[in-house]
Design a protein around this ligand. Structure first.
Ligand code: ADP
Ligand code: MG
Length: 390
């Protein structure tokens, strides 16, 4: 057992979870969910570091019905995780075990934790970084939707970052595969990210239900939040917040949004559409001009290749600067008198003076008259005199 275990985090006993313990060595807690604890763990043979989500299913703490519910929803989660395994922006389920009191889900370890914590640390993200994250997220959503899977709990807490800052979508606890022609009705998800139709459906029995579009609404909320550092729909009183969501009332208020492009605002406004039929699909969102810019931009926040390139360019620049420094000719009165414009420093000085007179660069070769430098008074001084006269 590790030192940092807090009350309620006791590891399952050996007898109940023998199979898991034989293969993995559980370490410190790295995350918590509603009914789960996530720990770093090490594969005993290979030494590979992984993450294990431990879900408790003990009869002492739950009613028989709750127990059945947790069990069946976890088995459903495992089934869906196996279906989506292999997508570059979706977490990989490596192993799973079920004992009488616990279920263990072993995943690849996302060392840099939640996008939520990354955003808290950075406050807001640049449009460039947001574009990389949202492109990967929407590609994951597009893939899920192609399999008729609705995630239903998209939020920065469920988007994890690996060593390179590449995102992976996780937590398929609320995910469901749609049956053809059928809609969903359950009220589930996280309040701030709930689409209006989920709320309306729970209040109106006649409502036709909701579908995949709820994930695109949540993507709109995430996109807004990454750029503004705060969510689009928020009120101290949750009822009022839900009303804002149902009416689709949000603002691009100053000063957070002043410097943001119209393109990204346009994308947000096409995702946060109350009418789910008019909302962009994942495919349409990926085709939006916001993503057409910088097509080849690296989706990772940290790229070893890019870093290496920067390093090489920096070294070459240093070599160039050093050899230039070695080649510098001594500045003598003779050289200065013969051709002052050939000396870089003097040339800069002359051009600088010319700029002060004409307000623009005097380019070499373009009817340049250096004598003009001495025939005029500097523009700024003239302006100063005018001011003085009036
Ligand atoms: P829940 O369904 O109970 O919300 P999650 O699957 O979201 O559980 O996991 C809870 C938290 O544990 C996550 O928000 C994250 O901080 C952490 N976590 C989950 N999976 C991993 C992983 N593979 N690598 C690192 N941290 C993880
Ligand atoms: Mg979660």
């Amino acid at each position: 057992m590790t030192k940092d275990i807090v009350v309620g985090d006791e590891l399952p006993d050996w007898v109940g979870a023998k199979e898991f313990y034989q293969k993995y060595d559980p370490k410190e807690v790295i995350g918590r969910g509603v009914s789960s604890v996530v720990r770093r763990c090490v594969h005993r043979h290979t030494g590979q570091e992984l993450a294990v989500k431990i879900i408790e299913i003990t009869a002492e703490k739950m009613t028989a019905q709750q127990l059945e519910e947790v069990k069946s929803s976890t088995l459903k989660e495992i089934h869906l995780l196996n279906m989506v395994k292999g997508h570059p922006s979706i977490i990989t389920l490596i192993d799973s075990y079920e004992s009488t009191t616990f279920i263990f889900l072993v995943f690849d370890l996302m060392r840099r934790g939640e996008l939520f914590d990354y955003l808290t640390e950075k406050v807001t993200l640049s449009e460039k970084e947001t574009r990389s994250i949202m492109r990967a997220l929407l590609e994951a959503v597009q893939y899920l939707h192609s399999l008729n899977i609705v995630h239903r709990d998209l939020k920065p807490e469920n988007i994890l970052l690996d060593d390179h800052g590449h995102i992976k979508l996780s937590d398929f606890g609320f995910s469901v595969q749609l049956e053809p022609g059928k809609n969903l009705r359950e009220l589930c998800g996280t309040p701030g990210y709930l689409a209006p139709e989920i709320l309306k459906c729970s209040m109106d029995e006649m409502h036709p239900g909701y579908g995949k579009e709820v994930d695109l609404w949540a993507c709109g909320v995430i996109l807004f939040t990454l750029l503004a550092g705060s969510p689009p729909f928020w009120h101290r009183k949750q009822m009022l917040m839900l009303r804002l969501i149902m009416e689709g009332r949000y603002q691009f208020s100053s000063p957070e949004w002043d410097d943001r492009s119209d393109t990204v605002k346009d994308l947000i406004s096409r995702l946060l559409v109350v009418d789910s039929a008019a909302r962009l699909t994942a495919e349409q969102a990926l085709a939006h001009p916001f993503f057409r810019q910088y097509q080849k931009e690296d989706v990772r926040l940290f790229s070893p290749r890019k870093t290496f390139r920067v390093l090489i360019v920096s070294v070459l620049a240093c070599i160039r600067m050093y050899s230039r420094y070695r080649r510098v000719r001594p500045l003598t009165r003779e050289v200065l008198a013969r051709d002052p414009y050939s000396i870089r420093g003097v040339r800069k000085l002359i051009d600088g003076c010319a700029f002060r007179i004409y307000g623009h660069w005097v380019k070499k070769g373009e009817q340049q008259n250096r004598a003009a430098l001495f025939q005029n008074t500097a523009k700024i001084m003239l302006l100063g005199l005018e001011d003085f006269e009036t």
